[in-house]
Design a protein around this ligand. Structure first.
Ligand code: GLU
Length: 306
């Protein structure tokens, strides 16, 4: 039975960026990835994506760790911090060799050429430096020369997705002008390095998945299964920010259940009862509810067992 194979090999992860405290949006992503791992008797890893040294907030990583502990979410193995794995991103960059090129474009120059290309091209890098830097220009970032082909994957929730990265995104940055590693490179290297078989995360990242598959292909790395859960928004339909949506995780278990865990489970359409006697009972119930969802939702079941 395919489920048996799955249960032995499942490794999932939660990969927050420590740019602020855990909020309802990140808790939903954490909960979905945790429940999916538990429902498959899999491992669940915690990885701090702390590569954006400008956006990192001091103490936010520890705050997130504490919040997950207060929620009764237990990760397997040691926590990994991307800032300690930079040699791995350097090695991947070396491997990509001729697929990379230096880019001198500033944000403003890219925005200006997009304007010239019209609305449809507003998200696409115009390829200005692809065939060499213009005279007198100084390299700022490193970009990937993206092959002109369509990448396809099955999202376990929304189904088949396709994107021609070259045409819809353009050559993307792997090392930024500020010297920091780009999320796309680090996430691909780490998902493969940590043996992640299943990625469960917010739908705001679904547009990044084809870029990640493109990199996996060029680096000869496996592609995990993907599930993107809906993103929590505020009343104006905007994604919650870590600044505005912070949840209190330093109060009693009852508050955590009613202000965090039960609403997050409701958002994931798990239909929780109004109360639980303790946090462990919540997780037992939620794991079973997620399992039932897997069993009863064709699209989730089919691609999870693929
Ligand atoms: N670090 C990313 C974030 O906090 C998530 C990355 C991922 O799950 O791939 O939005």
């Amino acid at each position: 039975m395919p489920t048996e194979k799955m249960t032995q090999t499942y490794t999932g992860r939660f990969a927050p960026s420590p740019t602020g405290p855990l909020h309802m949006g990140s808790l939903v992503a954490a909960m979905a990835s945790y429940l999916d791992a538990k429902a498959h008797d899999g491992r669940w890893l915690l990885r701090m994506e702390d590569l954006d040294f400008d956006r990192n907030v001091k103490g936010a990583g520890q705050h997130i760790i504490h919040s997950l502990q207060r929620c009764g979410m237990h990760w397997d193995g040691d926590i990994t911090w991307q800032s300690q794995r930079q040699h791995l991103y350097e090695a991947a960059l070396k491997k990509l060799g001729g697929n990379l090129y230096p880019c001198a474009c500033s944000r403003k120059e890219i925005a200006d050429s997009r304007l010239r290309l019209g609305e449809a091209a507003s998200q696409i890098y115009p390829g200005t430096c692809r065939y060499g830097l213009a005279h007198g220009k100084i390299a700022r970032a490193l970009r990937l020369r993206v092959p002109d082909c369509t990448y396809e994957f099955h999202d376990r929730l929304v189904g088949r997705q396709t994107q021609n990265v070259a045409r819809e995104v353009g050559d993307f940055v792997l090392k930024r002008a500020d010297g920091f590693w780009a999320y796309q490179l680090a996430v691909v290297v780490d998902d493969a390095g940590q043996g992640i078989s299943h990625v469960v995360r917010g739908a705001d990242l679904i547009d990044s998945t084809a870029r990640q598959i493109c990199l996996q292909t060029l680096l000869g790395l496996p592609t995990p299964a993907y599930l993107h859960v809906p993103v929590v928004t505020n009343a104006d339909g905007e994604k919650l920010s870590k600044q505005t949506g912070a949840l209190a995780f330093d109060r009693g278990d009852n508050d955590i259940l009613h202000e965090a865990l039960i609403p997050a489970a409701q958002f994931l359409a798990l239909y929780p009862p109004a109360s639980f006697s303790n946090i462990e009972e919540f997780w037992q119930w939620a794991t079973l509810a997620w399992k039932n969802k897997l069993d009863n939702t064709t699209i989730l079941r089919e691609s999870a067992n693929a």
